[in-house]
Design a binder for this molecule. Structure first.
Ligand SMILES: [Fe+2]
Ligand SMILES: [Fe+2]
Length: 180
């Protein structure tokens, strides 16, 4: 990728914490589109082609890299900051708890998808891929439309947002990646 490539992700150091989180969502959504397209192809086939295996390999490699970084941004940086502030301080059953539970579901769905691929089972792979796409799209929609706007109201102090941003940038530096 070059800096002029329109598909190149912008660097995480150009964005604040919420920009980084939304950028990660955009990257993940773009790969879910590919995953959905592969599922459509597999539903018409009795066996895998080399091209489909290669597309699946690319998508899963990207998701296996991006999702752990993104989930760490949320579970280790954003959610603890929200839990330390009213109205969430000392409460249970918060929206963040719900999102963390869904992260666990995504891990299970990814394992199911990989196992279906390992068995070279087109129908099971298509089903698992569609399940992953549906669940993760719904999760991102909830975070983009409800959780992040709420978080930006709760964490309105620029110094707090700066601290979150620095933590997310440090996470990427430690892994030698620019974006998730
Ligand atoms: Fe999430
Ligand atoms: Fe997210």
């Amino acid at each position: 990728m070059t800096p002029t490539d329109s598909t190149a992700p912008s660097c995480a150091h150009d964005l604040d914490a919420f920009g980084i989180l939304r950028q990660c969502h955009d990257h993940i959504l773009s790969k879910l589109e590919v995953l959905e397209a592969v599922a459509v192809d597999l539903e018409r086939r009795a066996e895998f082609s080399d091209a489909e295996l290669a597309r699946l390999c690319d998508v899963i490699t990207m998701l296996d890299t991006a999702i752990p970084i993104h989930s760490a941004d949320e579970e280790q940086t954003l959610f603890p900051a929200l839990r330390a502030r009213p109205p969430f301080e000392g409460t249970e059953g918060t929206p963040m708890d719900c999102m963390e539970q869904e992260h666990g579901l995504h891990k299970a769905l990814m394992i199911a998808l990989k196992r279906a691929i390992m068995k070279r089972d087109p129908a099971a792979t298509a089903t698992a891929a569609r399940h992953m796409v549906t669940e993760y799209r719904g999760h991102i929609d909830k975070e983009n439309s409800i959780l992040f706007p709420m978080a930006q109201q709760v964490l309105s102090d620029p110094a707090e947002v700066r601290a979150l941003t620095l933590a997310m940038q440090a996470r990427r530096r430690a892994l030698d990646v620019d974006a998730c």
